[in-house]
Design a protein around this ligand. Structure first.
Ligand code: LMR
Length: 329
């Protein structure tokens, strides 16, 4: 028995079932910035549950929602340093890592509908974009959808002239900056977690986001008007620390890949449902007026914003833009 103990202590010899059980689980810290009751929040929680089930408890995913752990910029750094293992930042937040091509998703009116978007994210163009993250120590696992954005402010946003002079909170994307300037508004980059306070204290006048983000952050309480412009897209790339991912045992990685596929379905199914439900709730709150743009208003907005495609081609790369046109065409 003593020899067996020695061998075990040296890591040699078979483990009994009880000893294997006693192995501490692999912990995946998954940080994100939105509420749990959103497409991303639900998908992250689903992933955590299925990862535990499919690995028989060998993996424990700890989800930290609502910028509890890190805000936008910090979470990206934390991932690269390995302080957290998984994130799902919006596609608008990857350019600061030096992968500017991701800002193609921010081009206004680049997708006419969710089907066009899916052709990109489910196809070779989407895969190639994820592949560009590898040199940054990051592996892209999936795209999660959150639908199209609406505009909000404290005055009605009907014509293009209505945006003039407004300070509009945006994510850290140069394309979104150009988009706001094309409307003669002033873009202001702010972390998601700071947006509600900035709208409340008036340091910014308005913003853009899908209705579910607007509602779950209670931005509608401090925004009197919402316009259903659906001018741009918001989606996520689920990313892991590459060294961590590559170092996982093969069977664990396979189980997590399966859990991720299921979570992706949850995100994508929740997106349109949650955004519709959020609009109903915003309307019911009586705090915000919702404007449905007329065909002419939308056409005017589109004409003003399409200029951004050309303007930003140098930054994003014309090839990437052409790839998207082709994939969606
Ligand atoms: C934002 O910053 O507006 C969004 O990216 C937040 C999110 O993760 O949906």
């Amino acid at each position: 028995a003593f020899v067996r103990l020695l061998l075990l202590a040296a890591g040699i010899g078979p483990l009994t079932a009880a000893q294997a059980q006693a192995q501490p689980p692999i912990v995946i810290k998954f940080s994100h910035v939105v509420a749990t009751d959103t497409p991303k929040g639900k998908a992250a929680d689903h992933f955590a549950r299925r990862a535990a089930e499919l690995t028989g408890g060998k993996v424990r995913v700890e989800v930290f929602p609502n910028s509890q752990l890190y805000r936008d910029k910090e979470e990206m750094e934390a991932l690269q340093l390995g302080a957290v293992q998984m994130l799902a930042p919006s596609l608008s937040k990857f350019a600061p890592l030096g992968v500017k091509e991701f800002e193609v998703f921010d081009l206004p009116f680049i997708f006419d509908n969710p089907q066009e978007l899916q052709k990109v994210t489910n196809g070779p163009v989407g895969q190639a974009l994820l592949g560009k993250l590898e040199t940054r120590g990051i592996t892209g696992l999936a795209y999660w959808n959150n639908g199209f954005k609406v505009m909000s402010a404290n005055r009605p946003l009907k014509t293009v002239a209505d945006y003039q002079g407004l300070r509009m909170r945006i994510q850290s994307s140069k394309v979104l900056g150009a988009q706001m300037r094309a409307l003669k508004a002033t873009p202001q980059v702010l972390a998601f977690s700071e947006t509600y306070a900035a709208l409340q204290n008036g340091s910014v006048d308005g913003t853009e986001n899908p209705p579910s983000n607007l509602y779950t952050q209670r931005m509608h309480e401090v925004q009197k008007h919402v316009s259903l412009t659906y001018h741009g897209y918001l989606g996520y790339a689920v990313v892991v620390n590459k060294r961590f991912w590559d170092g996982l045992p093969k069977d664990i990685r396979a189980a997590l890949t399966q859990a991720m596929a299921e979570a992706t379905q949850v995100a994508n199914e929740s997106a349109s449902k949650d955004n519709q439900a959020a609009l109903v709730a915003i309307r019911a709150s009586g705090k915000t007026q919702i404007h449905q743009p007329s065909a002419a208003e939308r056409a005017q907005l589109k004409a003003a914003l399409l200029t951004v495609h050309k303007e930003m081609a140098g930054r994003i790369g014309d090839e990437t833009i052409q790839d998207i046109y082709q994939a969606t065409g």
